[in-house]
Every structure is written in C-alpha cells, then in structure tokens.
Design a protein around this ligand. Structure first.
Ligand SMILES: NC(=O)c1ccc[n+]([C@@H]2O[C@H](COP(=O)([O-])OP(=O)(O)OC[C@H]3O[C@@H](n4cnc5c(N)ncnc54)[C@H](OP(=O)(O)O)[C@@H]3O)[C@@H](O)[C@H]2O)c1
Length: 348
C-alpha cells in the first residue's frame, strides 16, 4: 500500500518539530513538505538538532506548499482560521494544533478569545481532538482540531467523574503547573532566562482560554463550572493538573477506582497511577517526557467529600503532537499507537 503523504505547516516550532520526529518514525507516512518562513531553504536540523541524520528535508515557504493527503497545521493563534480555504484546497484532511477550531460555539469563542471567529460556519465541522472522548467521530473525520495542552491534562483527569455524574458540577477548582515550552519557540521578556529561571509564576490565575474547552467537554448537557488557574514553573516540558472536586455521594476510593477503570481500562495511553509506596506514587510530568501517556491519580480527603485528582502529560506530546498523531492514526484506521510507542526515560 502506498504511504500517506503529509506536510507540516509551521514545522520550525516546537510542536512542528515533535510532529516531524514522530511522523518520520511512522511506517505508513511519507513527510512531503515542512514549512518555515524564517528558515526556508535550510535543513530541518537547523531548528531541530535532534533530527540530524534522520532526514534530508529542508524547510519550504508556505507559498511553495503543494497537495498532500493530510496537512498538520502548527501555526500561532488566528493563522489557521484565516487561511482555511487555501489549506483545504491542498489537502482533504487537516489536523490543526492551534486553538482556532477547538470551540464549537461562536459566542463562546468571542467571550474567551475577544473577537469574532473568522470562519464561524466551519467551527462545528472540526472534531475536538481528544481521542479518548471522540474516537468514533475521528474515524470518520476530515478535519480535527487538536486540544489545548492544559485542557487535555485537566479534561482527561476529570472526564470519567463528570461523565458518571458523581461530582458537584458547580464546584471544581483546578491548578496547573506548566513548563516553558508551552509558550513556543519565540521569546519575549517573560521567557528571558534570568526572568523565567527558578520561577513559580502565577501567570493566569483566572480567565485562561483553555477553560472554555474544559467547560465544553465536561458539561454533558448541564454546564460545568471549572475554576482554573495556571502557574509557570522551572521545567521545559510537562503539565501537572491538581483538580479539587466535591463528590455528591459518599463514595469510597474503591468506587472511584471502578469509575476510572471502566472509562480508561482499555485506553492505550491513559494510566492510573496511585501507588501506596515508592517515590512516584502520583503522576509526575518528567516521567512522561517524549511519551503520549496521560497519567491520572486521585486521593480522597478523609476529612471531607473532596477528591483530589492529579493528572500529568508532556505538553508537546499528549498535549500537542502525540495527540495529533493518535487522531491521525484513527482517521486512517492505522494502529492507534503507531509512532507513539516510546515509553519515556528513567532516570531523567
Ligand atoms: N507549545 C505547546 O505546548 C502547544 C501545545 C498545544 C498546542 N499548541 C499550539 O500549537 C501551535 C504552534 O505552537 P508552537 O509551540 O509549536 O509554536 P512555535 O514554536 O512558536 O512555532 C510556530 C510556527 O509557526 C510558524 N509561523 C509563525 N507565524 C507564521 C505566519 N504568519 N505564517 C506562517 N508561519 C508562521 C513559525 O515559523 P517561522 O520559522 O516562519 O517563524 C513556526 O514554525 C500554536 O497555535 C499553539 O497554541 C502549542
């Protein structure tokens, strides 16, 4: 069978680089073109030194893009939705890693992103990109919008509980700790090393845009109130979400186990991490670097009906490129884990 041809738009960035690393390992894929305006004509190793001797590909300009089977879009916010017609004329299938098509309601988009959506009629045509929630739709999809990294971490931690209807929908408090690669490879004052190094910076105590995705995906017909805050910490990759939910009924930990097992027992990339002993008793982002896993753990407060859910991912993998490849595998009926088998490193 001939290989599926793919091109990556915005391939000089962090998510584009991870996608390229994964897709070069994919047995059924040929990477045709990778774009960068700044580095056009230069070998991809110029921005992704880990890919030395793995490919002879050079960056092309966006205007040089030709047709392919699937386009992966790794552009900054607002750049996919304003050029969608051009991209759809080049490729039937699209996986967009930006936030442009994650929400399906134009009014919510306006509320959280502060302006009208450039292509509101297209918003519902994209399948929201968390495979564990939308696997069947992805098998039929032509366009997929990959989920936000903080949203993915939080939603995967909470989804089984909200689906089972066992939590107070009006009282969920989530705090994420995030690494610097979330901000992409362009720099600014806040990312300057003396400012960013050693930081524990509450950069978005309220109104983080990913909250809108969480509400959309966790509502199940009744609005879910998610109170979300984000803090930068001194780490390059990784997201750790600590979610505080309040149980409606007097459930014990063994009941919670059952809920998670029934939601995630067959999931290839979700692991319940809740050990009684050892150092790594709860999810820990550094063990997930380079992997497509989301680790989820929980502990019930013995003094109240609060349940603390801890979930972790690598933002560039399960939060971006890994999730996108998992969705792509589903679109084409490939093994869902193809190119995503890396188990991570220990020690790191
Ligand atoms: N970083 C994460 O953890 C993460 C996770 C999930 C989703 N995302 C989303 O994924 C997208 C890419 O993120 P990233 O972290 O990879 O960003 P990044 O490192 O800043 O890379 C952005 C890419 O877009 C290209 N680009 C920028 N402006 C362009 C323009 N006007 N026209 C054409 N190409 C342009 C850049 O190429 P040049 O070389 O030409 O500048 C670069 O290849 C963003 O929408 C982000 O929100 C990021």
């Amino acid at each position: 069978m001939s290989k599926v041809t793919v091109s990556i738009v915005g391939a000089s960035g962090y998510t584009g680089g991870e996608l390229l690393r994964l897709l070069l390992l994919h047995p059924d894929v040929e990477v045709k073109q990778v774009t960068s305006e700044r580095f056009a004509g230069k070998p991809v190793s110029r921005t992704h030194p880990n890919l030395r001797k793995r490919t002879a590909l050079k960056f092309s300009k966006l205007e040089e893009l030709t047709e392919c089977d699937t386009l992966f879009l790794c552009l900054p916010h607002g750049k996919s939705s304003t050029q969608l017609d051009r991209f759809t004329s080049l490729s039937d299938k699209i996986v967009d890693l930006s936030a442009d098509f994650r929400l399906n309601d134009p009014a919510q988009y306006k509320e959280w992103y502060g302006g009208d959506h450039p292509a509101p009629e297209k918003m519902t045509e994209f399948v929201y990109g968390i495979p564990e929630l939308h696997r069947e739709e992805m098998k039929e999809a032509k366009w997929i919008s990959s989920a936000g990294c903080n949203a993915t971490t939080t939603i995967l931690g909470l989804y089984p509980l909200f689906k089972a209807g066992v939590v107070d929908r009006e009282r969920t408090v989530v705090e994420v700790k995030v690494g610097s690669s979330e901000g992409g490879n362009s720099f600014n004052e806040a990312s300057h090393h003396p400012e960013r190094s050693s930081c524990v910076r509450s950069f978005m105590p309220t109104r983080h845009r990913h909250t809108a995705e969480m509400i959309q995906e966790l509502s199940f017909g009744e609005p879910a109130e998610i109170h979300f805050s984000a803090t930068s910490i001194d780490m390059v990759r990784g997201v750790l979400a600590t979610s505080h939910v309040f149980l409606n009924d007097s459930l014990e930990e063994k009941d919670i186990w059952k809920i998670y097992r029934s939601a995630y027992g067959d999931e290839p990339f979700i692991r319940i991490v809740k050990e009684a002993q050892g150092i790594y008793r709860m999810p820990e982002p550094k063990l997930l670097w380079g992997t497509n896993y989301c680790d989820v753990g929980f502990q019930k407060d013995p003094c109240s009906n609060r349940l603390v859910v801890v979930s972790a991912i690598d933002n560039l993998m399960k939060g971006a490129a890994g999730q996108a490849v998992q969705a792509f595998n589903l679109m084409y009926g490939f093994d869902e884990t193809a190119a995503l088998e890396f188990p991570g490193l220990h020690p790191v």
